[in-house]
Write a new protein. Structure first.
Length: 160
């Protein structure tokens, strides 16, 4: 038996760094992921596919480790100072399907950044536990993404 927890997050912020540098960091998956908290391992599977293994969360008796793979595709238009990094879930790897995108837009004196993430995490627990587990998983995922954004904002010299 398992519980499916849906994740749907969206964030927008401006940073003081120019768009090409923001794109350079976000499109380099290992560099970008180095700012994400609690990543136990990131494995390059080739062809733009990376497998994420998060640290276990929970207690010794009941814990969850999220493992998934996504395929990344990046584009940047130097003339327009706009770019995107998109990732789509790779089925059959781990216990989650995670996709999303970064949108990067050069503005006067700063860069606008938008992050959208959608996912499904399968938790191997009885469905009776859903009311307890779902908010914990959602909250942990949201907390990690918000820390990731804070770390990136710091990397980019602060919010504009």
């Amino acid at each position: 038996m398992s519980i499916t927890v849906n994740i749907d997050l969206g964030y927008e912020f401006d940073v003081k760094t120019d768009a090409s540098e923001v794109f350079e960091v976000l499109s380099d998956v290992p560099e970008s992921v180095s700012h994400f908290p609690k990543v136990e391992a990131l494995t390059d599977m080739g062809g733009g596919v990376y497998q994420w293994e998060m640290e276990k969360v929970g207690t010794k008796q009941v814990n969850l480790q999220t493992v998934y793979a996504s395929k990344y595709v990046s584009k940047f238009d130097k003339a327009k100072q706009t770019g995107s990094v998109r990732w789509t879930p790779v089925k059959g790897i781990g216990n989650a399907l995670v996709g999303g995108n970064w949108k990067i837009e050069g503005k006067k004196g700063c860069t606008g950044v938008t992050l959208a993430i959608e996912g499904k995490v399968e938790v191997a627990l009885p469905s009776l536990m859903k009311m307890v587990v779902q908010p914990v998983v959602e909250g942990e995922f949201e907390r990690l993404v918000e820390q990731y954004i804070d770390n990136l904002i710091e990397r980019f010299g602060g919010e504009a």
